[in-house]
Design a protein around this ligand. Structure first.
Ligand code: UDX
Length: 432
């Protein structure tokens, strides 16, 4: 099929490249000319395992193109995906300005039937608004359909998630729209749910909120473990073996970050209020998540006594491993809070240093983990990158000023190994 993907962020770029890989012809559109120019010269604006190679392969096969010309891209396509950003407003509500702009531009470019699909995470009823906006600006009265096809891919494993999804959700209300989407996804041979547009929109909100709830729940339990003298890893293992619960998303730590879970949670809270039902449960989920960062800070403070003038080494800046994304990363809040207390920060991350440099000042960004821990009074682990687990911790012990580790991600299954080297080891809800 000829596909137009509007928005080349994490979702749009990965989805566009994957559809091209499945044999479709995909034109990716973005208003950011610098981004399009760099993609056209083979440079990927984000780090996502396998993405750069996939983009290069599909461009070479002449199945993937990048442009700023939305009108032309829409004209050449039968299927138009909207994957633009829906950033949070001050009150947490999703800002749908880009969705409206794009819908208007699509309408003005219509010359033949198109299926317009919302891929961005949007509040329920956005599908109706897209349809309304297109109708208003569709001067030539060209036929079109609107559908919802929420994306569930995770950063760091996005390509694999696209190729092997747990399910595909199609919200469509005409046979033509349903058939096109079913045909498009047929090669993936995945479990597919075909439903109405509003239900599809809500599936996305409910899924992300449930995942956030699971994390905050286990974080709350980890705080109980700490007080009761139990170990959260053992408890989570025992709980997760119940198939009805499942072992995933039961890792306690500094809390969830990234551009999806926190933002979608806030947006869902606002949507529910607008609909006249207050999702109190999600407000608690949000506040537990905020508290986890305060708990981590307190652990650093309790073990350093006076923060002012101390050196803290931060290992990990991205909101999770295998990504360079630092949006809403707990590390950023922790660093800012420590800087405000007069702490000297040294930091290292395998992929997220460039992005962090744009967001943080007064941080000594180090070229490798060993220089980052040199002379540190405390080493704080903020992201569970594999290389941190596999560091030569004996060497680290020789480099630091004080042998103190505050582990915000519980990276060591057996804390004894690290304690026997001579470290004081503080984790989140562990029995030490
Ligand atoms: C999420 C959803 O998983 C995905 O389906 C949706 O499309 C986009 O939002 P993503 O933001 O890439 O994906 O990250 P995810 O793997 O969900 O992790 C989110 C955050 O939760 C990370 O900060 C991670 O460290 C944290 N997390 C995850 C935990 O603290 N504990 C866990 O057990 C799992």
């Amino acid at each position: 099929m000829n596909i137009c993907m509007i928005g080349t962020g994490y979702v749009g770029l990965v989805t566009g490249a994957c559809f091209a890989n499945l044999g479709n012809k995909v034109i990716c559109v973005d208003i950011d000319k610098t981004k399009i120019d760099s993609l056209n010269s083979g440079i990927c604006p984000i780090y996502e395992p396998g993405l750069e190679e996939l983009v290069a392969r599909s461009r070479k096969a002449k199945r993937l193109f990048f442009t700023t010309d939305l009108k032309d891209a829409v004209k050449k396509s039968q299927v138009v995906f909207i994957a633009v950003g829906t950033p949070p407003k001050e009150d947490g509500e999703a800002d749908l300005t880009y969705i409206e702009d794009v819908s208007r531009q699509i309408a003005q470019s219509l010359t033949s039937y198109k299926l317009i699909i919302e891929k961005s995470t949007v509040p329920v009823e956005t599908g109706n608004w897209i349809e309304h906006t297109i109708k208003m600006n569709n001067k030539r009265k060209v036929k079109f359909d609107v559908a919802s096809n929420p994306e569930f891919l995770k950063e760091g494993s996005a390509i694999d998630d696209f190729m092997h999804p747990d399910r595909i959700v199609i919200g469509a209300e005409s046979k033509r729209a349903k058939d096109i989407l079913l045909k498009l996804y047929k090669p993936l041979k995945a479990t597919t749910i075909v439903t109405d547009i509003k239900s599809a929109e809500l599936i996305k909100h409910a899924s992300n909120s449930f995942l956030a709830t699971k994390i905050s729940f286990i974080n709350a339990i980890s705080n109980i473990c700490e007080r009761a003298g139990a170990d959260i890893l053992e408890v989570a293992k025992g709980v997760g073996l119940d198939k009805r619960i499942g072992k995933d998303f039961l890792y306690a730590g500094a809390g969830f970050g990234g551009f999806c879970l926190p933002k979608d949670l806030d947006a869902f809270i606002r949507i529910s209020e607008k609909l006249g039902y207050s999702l109190e449960i999600l407000k608690i989920v949000r506040s537990i998540n905020e508290d986890q960062k305060k708990i981590l800070l307190k652990k650093i403070e309790n073990n350093l006594w006076i923060l002012k003038g101390k050196t803290v080494s931060i290992l990990g800046l991205s909101f999770k491993p295998e990504t360079d994304d630092i949006r809403f990363a707990p590390s950023i809040d922790i660093i800012k809070a420590l800087l405000a207390e007069g702490v000297k920060i040294k930091a290292f991350d395998p992929k997220a240093m460039e992005k962090a440099k744009g967001k943080l000042t007064n941080v000594d960004f180090c070229s490798d983990p060993y220089s980052a821990v040199k002379n540190a009074d405390c080493v704080v682990i903020m992201t569970e990158w594999k290389i941190f687990k596999n560091l030569d911790w004996k060497r680290v012990k020789k480099l630091v000023k004080q042998p103190l580790i505050v582990d915000g991600r519980n990276i060591f299954e057996d804390p004894k190994k690290i304690i026997n080297i001579g470290f004081k080891y503080i984790a989140m809800g562990r029995k030490i």
